[in-house]
Design a protein. Structure first.
Length: 159
């Protein structure tokens, strides 16, 4: 056996013994609950946003994702199956829901959601690319752009 092969096998055996770090997919798979959202301003300050928003996200091993975000404290219509235009607007304000598939690019530290259905029809067939950061049992999805929106979820269950 050549020296390189021996070193590679030794390293592999050590990784197995020590328990190699889980893949990003292994870390994402599960049910997550929204715990907060904030923007990073140009001066570096953290600004809390969407304080009333609640919700969940789930990724499964087969590559499927679903998301439900909504504003807490919304009022239901006076007649549940017949909302007025204003009641309908209030019910849907802050609502973000979709499902689809996802891909991970570990080199870029991004997860891409490929939307197959969404509450907003203009999002169907689009891709949402988010950078991810893990901290303990939390993951932050970071939107591209100047605002640097961080949407933070806490792991609450396995699938």
């Amino acid at each position: 056996m050549q020296r390189r092969q021996a070193l590679a096998l030794t390293g592999l055996a050590a990784a197995v013994r020590l328990g190699a770090a889980p893949s990003v997919r292994d870390q994402l798979v599960g049910l997550w609950e929204l715990v907060g959202q904030y923007n990073i301003a140009k001066d570096g300050k953290q600004v809390t946003v969407a304080e009333r928003q609640r919700g969940r996200i789930s990724w499964d091993r087969a590559g499927h994702v679903w998301v439900l975000l909504y504003n807490d404290g919304r009022k239901g219509p006076a007649i549940p199956l017949m909302p007025t235009l204003e009641e309908y607007r209030e019910m849907n304000f802050g609502l973000m829901t979709y499902y689809g598939t996802y891909d991970i690019d570990e080199a870029k530290q991004t997860v891409t959601h490929h939307l197959q259905a969404a509450a907003n029809p203009s999002l169907i067939g689009t891709d949402l690319v988010r950078r991810y950061e893990f901290t303990g049992n939390r993951v932050a999805l970071i939107f591209p752009g100047e605002a640097q929106r961080h949407v933070v979820f806490e792991h609450i269950g396995d699938l």
